[in-house]
Design a binder for this molecule. Structure first.
Ligand code: CIR
Length: 257
């Protein structure tokens, strides 16, 4: 599937006040801004046209634009992010999406869902139940996706320690292949796919981003980079150290369609 554009939003001055379970120290804002710029350049190098939303200091986590919306080639849903401090991000993403989609659908209470829990594998969506995404949110998304002709299945990761979102532990590469952390590799929903299991010490790199024939991968993960190169993928390492301190990774920094 060819991507043509992406929405991004740079980290705000309040970035360090965002949610984090990483216990990896305070992020350096200046460094985060540079890393975000390099990330944007990598997306541009993959052929995407970028729309950069204005910095939003009211929401420290607002650079993680993947969470308040789900976008596809033919429609978009504005979600209800599962963390109370992020709920207000939905309104600003909704207005940004109106320049792409005639009528973005809004999720309604009591559903909650973070886009980080949604993994699109061509015409099929894997939707994770997590601390952020509840059954009602997953149900509303599945019903919406069905109207667009997509199928979905639910994957429950609530018992899996250390994974904020489904995509913290897996990514779809295309060609029926999924990169996955060891503890998710036995999931029934993944049986139709060829799995590339990331060594535990490189688990952060399970969140990688396949765009238009290239694969962005978190810098500093030579085993996975070597495996992917061996399979013929053109990998593009991106340093995300400051976003990792805030539980962020590659996919969460953009909305791609
Ligand atoms: C949060 O806890 O919501 C942010 N600090 C990190 C969100 C990362 N989002 C993602 O992986 N989709």
């Amino acid at each position: 599937m060819r991507h043509t554009h992406a929405i991004v939003r740079p980290p705000p001055p309040t970035f360090a006040d965002g949610l984090s379970s990483a216990a990896a120290g305070t992020p350096d804002l200046a460094r985060a801004i540079v890393q975000h710029r390099v990330y944007c350049e990598a997306l541009t190098a993959c052929g995407l046209r970028l729309t950069a939303l204005p910095v939003d200091p009211a929401y420290p986590d607002s650079c993680f634009v993947e969470d308040p919306a789900i976008v596809t080639a033919t429609g978009a849903m504005v979600t209800r992010p599962g963390a109370p401090s992020r709920a207000g991000e939905a309104d600003s993403i909704a207005s940004a999406l109106r320049s792409w989609y005639r009528d973005p659908v809004r999720m309604t209470p009591p559903g909650t869902l973070d886009g980080g829990d949604v993994c699109q594998a061509d015409g099929h969506f894997l939707v994770g139940l997590s601390g952020r995404t509840n059954e009602e949110g997953a149900r509303q998304l599945a019903a919406f996706l069905e109207t667009l002709g997509y199928r979905s299945s639910i994957v429950d990761i609530r018992g899996t320690e250390g994974l904020l979102h489904l995509k913290s532990g897996m990514s779809y590469l295309g060609d029926g292949r999924i990169v996955v952390v060891p503890e998710l590799s036995r999931l029934e929903a993944l049986r139709p796919y060829e799995l590339i299991v990331v060594p535990d010490k490189e688990r952060y790199a399970a969140n990688c981003l396949a765009v238009n024939g290239r694969v962005l991968i978190a810098a500093g993960h030579p085993d996975l980079a070597g495996t992917l190169s061996g399979l013929g993928y053109d990998t593009l390492p991106v340093d995300l150290s400051e976003f990792r301190k805030m539980d962020g990774s590659l996919t969460c920094l953009s909305l791609r369609a």
